[in-house]
Design a protein around this ligand. Structure first.
Ligand code: ADP
Length: 506
């Protein structure tokens, strides 16, 4: 009951007012006024009561209240209120239903009191009431709506979290508990940043502050992919949609969170499948290229044969100067080098068919490769720094192929530093989670644009390049379940790859 409603009926001082007087005071206010004698029989029933119930005074006066007007299941409750008022004067507020003549139920909020005779005997129990049927209906509807909403939130597959303006968690649903691995109890009252991995957790306060100040939204009302942090420390990709709820006195933010780890894994599988297709396509391209190379080889070989024939003829003619024969021999030699170069291009092709795997240590692979390129390193005056991780776990891989990858990356790095004044090559290995990582950083020319293009077959910026080394390396690393990436900055480029650790060994 509102303060206004209370005021409307609280002014009746039943001790001073007879029910009739009170009735005439209340006429027109809509307040229901009923008076019962000490036995609960109706002695007064005002116009508002007649209007609300459809019963006339003549029909009702003299009847116990509980005969006709009450809902059967509430009779006992009302009798209890009545006997309490007989025992003590009240006032007592009470809410119950009356049944009108046409069976309509009316919800009434009563303000009850008892009037006593000089000797203390109860004379009347008086109830002043307001018809709150509509209000009650709206309230019930609201409660039902809230219950329905609660059921949806409780059973939703998505995690639903509500926070206040300071980022304090106000509510979480069971899906959010499951998703992040915390119980609701340990989340409520905490800051939402506990569910975010660095660096987002540190940026969150600033983001909220800016949003509140400028209304500029980056996630709110937009939805995007972010990362979440579980209780066990794992970081997972999730889709987050946030809505801003503006209440009269404050603001709330509701976040709906969906774990998309599985989707990401499926996408990765799909990427791998595409990579395999791409590999098949590369093989087809190689076939074409091989026939092109055969064609190219044909020219120097034909030239060699004809220069050799010419030499034979020249040797048979004693008066031909030596210089002419030497020229022809030089031509043979040049054409031989040309053919050699063409064949060298073929050498870069690797076959990524079935893998011949064994447990290998990447530190050992790096040492072997460094021995292979020691001559080039020496010739190019490259400074080497090895930062090989201690106790590096083994990986399950094809040694030759991984050697090929490291060799390729290292050779590329040496080539990239050809014109650099500082030539420094850093090779680093480390373990992270369930992977071993290899980094090769150089102080070379670097590259601009997307690193993806470097991994495309036949992409090369070198005059004599094939553009196949990195694309094949990429395929090899992916076939091993790892990832090859490249980054570049002002000081050079870094190529890194990961390989999964052999489980029994870590
Ligand atoms: P190739 O070396 O035969 O051209 P790759 O597949 O090995 O073919 O490399 C493709 C291209 O990637 C190179 O031509 C070069 O432009 C770029 N690249 C590779 N390694 C580096 C590096 N360390 N620094 C800068 N660019 C590089």
């Amino acid at each position: 009951m509102t303060a206004g409603e209370r005021e409307r009926i609280a002014f009746i001082d039943p001790l001073a007012a007879e029910p009739e007087t009170a009735s005439s005071i209340l006429a027109g206010t809509g307040v229901l006024l009923v008076a019962l004698d000490a036995d609960g029989r109706i002695v007064h029933f005002n116009n508002a009561c007649e209007k609300a119930t459809g019963y006339s005074r003549a029909e009702i006066i003299g009847e116990p209240l509980w005969n006709r007007l009450l809902v059967p299941e509430q009779v006992d409750g009302v009798k209890r209120v009545f006997s309490d008022l007989v025992d003590a004067p009240g006032p007592k507020e009470h809410e119950n239903y009356w049944v009108a003549k046409n069976d309509r139920r009316i919800c009434i909020h009563w303000f009850n009191t008892s009037v006593r005779e000089a000797g203390g005997r109860v004379r009347w129990v008086i109830g002043a009431g307001l018809d709150i049927t509509e209000k009650k209906k709206a309230q019930l509807e609201l409660e039902e709506h809230a219950a329905r909403l609660r059921a949806i939130v409780e059973t939703a597959v998505e995690g639903i979290i509500t926070i206040d303006e300071d980022g304090t968690i106000e509510s979480v649903n069971p899906a959010a508990e499951r998703l992040f691995g915390y119980s609701a109890g340990s989340l409520l009252g905490q800051n939402i940043t506990m569910l975010m991995p660095p660096p987002h957790n540190e940026k969150h306060d600033r983001y909220m502050e800016r949003y509140m100040r400028t209304g500029e939204a980056r996630i709110i009302g937009i939805g995007r992919e972010v990362t979440g942090l579980r209780k066990d420390g794992t970081v997972f990709p999730m889709e987050l949609a946030i809505s801003d709820v503006v209440l009269p006195d404050r603001r709330l933010f509701t976040g709906i969170v969906r774990d998309i780890s599985e989707r990401r894994t499926a996408e990765k599988r799909e990427r791998q499948r595409l990579a395999e297709h791409a590999h098949a396509a590369r093989l087809a391209a190689l076939g074409e290229m091989a026939s092109g190379i055969a064609h190219e080889l044909n020219q120097p070989l034909t030239a060699i044969v004809s220069f050799a024939d010419a030499c034979r003829n020249l040797l048979e003619k004693p008066d031909v100067p030596k210089r002419v024969t030497l020229d022809a021999l030089n031509q043979i030699s040049e054409q031989g080098v040309r053919a050699g170069n063409i064949i060298r291009r073929l050498r870069n092709f690797v076959k990524t068919g079935s893998l011949d795997r064994e447990i290998i240590n990447l530190n050992a692979v790096i040492s072997d490769v460094m021995a292979m390129v020691s001559h080039e390193i020496h010739m190019n005056e490259v400074d080497i720094e090895l930062k090989l991780g201690d106790y590096l776990p083994g990986v399950w891989a094809d040694k030759l192929q991984i050697e090929q990858v490291v060799l390729n990356i290292v050779r590329n790095a040496i080539e990239a530093m050809e014109t650099s004044s500082v030539r420094r090559l850093v090779l680093k290995t480390s373990k992270r989670d369930d992977q071993v990582l290899v980094y090769v950083s150089d102080s070379g020319c670097g590259f601009s644009g997307e690193s993806d293009q470097l991994f495309q077959a036949f992409y090369t910026t070198k005059e004599k390049g094939t553009g196949l080394g990195l694309s094949i390396s990429h395929t090899i690393i992916e076939a091993h379940g790892g990832e090859l990436t490249a980054t570049a900055d002002d000081s050079g480029a870094t190529f890194s790859f990961s390989l999964p650790i052999v489980e029994a060994f870590y």
